[in-house]
Design a protein around this ligand. Structure first.
Ligand SMILES: C[S@@+](CC[C@H](N)C(=O)[O-])C[C@H]1O[C@@H](n2cnc3c(N)ncnc32)[C@H](O)[C@@H]1O
Length: 274
């Protein structure tokens, strides 16, 4: 197959295979050209190495691989996080969890725990946005923790990394704020087999028949890991707000409520330990 020789040829090759916005992004990253140049100068020559890179990326994207895994990064809270198939691709909705957490970190020091840190997106963002906080992050996956550590080295956040299952990674410790974006998809949900999600680690997504097993496990154990008056914040599915609040209340939390994401959907439920 001959390689595209110009920006215009390249976008024509991608047409019908991947959405136009993704083709433009991949062409920008493959060529180093600006978005304006790609759209404004279709006749401009594309170097052969950039053309080969772009053509290979389009084939991978057309086969379903997420753009973030192809490029090896995704933006979260204004920073570029490296991602690999060992970690969930950070979602824009999770920025709400970060905002809710930042609103609860006082000016003085606070001990903050991120459970199921994946790429480290939440923990590193909290460490950078609230440098007065002492941030610890746990994941059960050593491969995910390796990605998170490397992101912290690149981005500069001070985080203590621990391997383990939920609070067992920090047994005997107490925190002022615990945040988590745990797996919350029902194990038999057909979405797990469709689209970009099928490339992501199953252990980062599925959580029992209703998708609530990990939310229950974390909320049930959190009172023993929080200081009095401490907060637990949990991200969940758009249709899990009622269930998450009920779980928090039965675990003994007060001031239980749910915050909505930019689409107006229930996304983060929280409660305070009396
Ligand atoms: C939905 S992903 C969230 C990743 C990241 N915090 C984010 O928001 O992009 C859930 C993470 O929880 C981790 N995980 C799953 N079960 C766990 C367990 N029992 N203990 C600790 N981490 C767990 C997975 O490895 C995965 O990294």
């Amino acid at each position: 197959m001959s390689l595209p020789r110009t920006f215009g040829d390249a976008l024509a090759l991608a047409r019908g295979q991947v959405p136009a916005s993704e083709a433009r992004l991949l062409l920008r990253e493959a060529s180093g050209a600006s978005a304006a140049a790609i759209v404004g100068f279709p006749e401009r020559a594309l170097a052969p190495d950039a053309a080969a890179r772009f053509t290979a990326w389009i084939a991978r994207r057309a086969a379903g691989e997420p753009v973030a895994y192809i490029l090896g990064e995704r933006e979260f809270y204004g920073r570029r996080f490296a991602v690999s198939p060992d970690v969930l691709i950070p979602r824009p909705e999770t920025e709400l969890l970060v905002e809710q957490a930042l609103a609860r970190i006082p000016d003085g020091t606070a001990d903050v725990l991120d459970l199921g840190t994946g790429s480290g997106a939440i923990a590193i963002t909290l460490a950078l946005e609230a440098p007065q906080a002492r941030v610890t992050a746990v994941d059960i996956s050593p491969a995910a923790l390796a990605v998170a550590r490397s992101n912290a080295e690149q981005l500069g956040g001070q985080v203590r990394w621990r391997e383990g299952s939920w609070f067992s990674g920090v047994a005997g410790e107490r925190f002022d704020l615990v945040v988590s974006n745990p797996p919350y998809v029902a194990s038999e949900d057909p979405h797990l087999l469709a689209g970009d999600v099928r490339f992501e680690p199953r252990g980062a997504l599925a959580s029992g028949p209703e998708g609530l097993d990990d939310i229950r496990a974390i909320a049930g154990a959190a009172p023993d890991a929080l200081n009095a008056g401490g907060w637990l914040l949990l991200e969940h599915g758009y249709d899990q707000g009622d269930a998450a609040r009920a779980i928090l209340i039965s675990a003994g939390f007060v001031e239980v409520a749910t915050a909505q994401d930019l689409a107006g959907l229930d996304r983060v439920s929280f409660g305070r330990l009396p």
